[in-house]
Unconditional design. Structure first.
Length: 231
């Protein structure tokens, strides 16, 4: 039974993709997908309670999985780490349908869906870091994803409006954003080596040293503070 429902979900999502290009992730798209699959809208809502919103969420997460699978088939050994990050973001965008992504961006820009959109951006950043083998178990788990979320969101918006051949301008934009991050990280490293700044930066470091990521890294959870060690 569960397998049958999963198959219906997949068929609904595939049907909705064709309609979303023209009607956006809307009620019209949801009802058209139900009609194409041959199920009543009531059953469709049992599978996708928020209708087209949940279809858009499923489409986005499928894109994350496709990116991770494609990255896993490549050999990143010859690339610098910053280039591996850029490659993952580029893959994520190249595997997406730009019109569907544009319609999704419009949907998740609405105030009532903004939190869902932010969660999806975080999920994409998490999927990229996991695909790249990140094993962070402290506050770096959060800072890496927060930074990458910002880079990905900015590049996504640029890419949606990019009319350059092969979206070359988008990839140049992406390289500049990653360059900005690398310069910031270098500045932080130099600050830590400074006698005075190093001592000042050590204070928040001590406060955050017990922060841990969610037990299930894929869960939508804020993480946890580990129990202090016994004296």
């Amino acid at each position: 039974m569960e397998g049958d429902l999963r198959a219906v979900r997949e068929r609904m999502l595939e049907a909705a993709r064709g309609h979303a290009v023209f009607d956006g992730w809307s009620e019209a798209t949801f009802r058209a997908a139900c009609r194409d699959v041959g199920i009543a809208p009531e059953l469709g809502r049992a599978l996708f309670p928020r209708g087209a919103v949940d279809l858009a969420v499923a489409d986005h997460r499928a894109g994350d999985r496709a990116m991770a699978a494609a990255l896993g088939r490549e050999d990143p050994g010859a690339l610098r780490f910053r280039d591996r990050v850029a490659r993952a973001i580029r893959l994520r965008l190249e595997l997406a349908d730009r019109e569907r992504a544009r319609r999704a961006a419009a949907l998740f820009a609405l105030p009532q869906h903004a939190a869902t959109g932010a969660s999806l951006l975080w999920g994409t950043a998490d999927a990229i870091w996991r695909a790249l083998g990140d094993r962070s178990e402290d506050v770096n788990w959060y800072t890496k994803r927060a930074t990458l979320s910002a880079v990905y969101a900015a590049t996504l918006l640029y890419w949606l409006g990019d009319e350059s051949e092969g979206q070359a301008a988008s990839w140049d934009f992406l390289d500049r954003r990653i360059g900005d991050v690398m310069r910031f990280e270098s500045a932080k490293a130099r600050a830590r080596e400074h006698p005075l700044l190093g001592r000042l930066l050590a204070v928040p470091g001590r406060l955050l040293r017990d922060v841990r990521p969610p037990a299930d890294h894929g869960a939508d959870l804020p993480g946890r503070i580990s129990e202090p060690e016994a004296p």
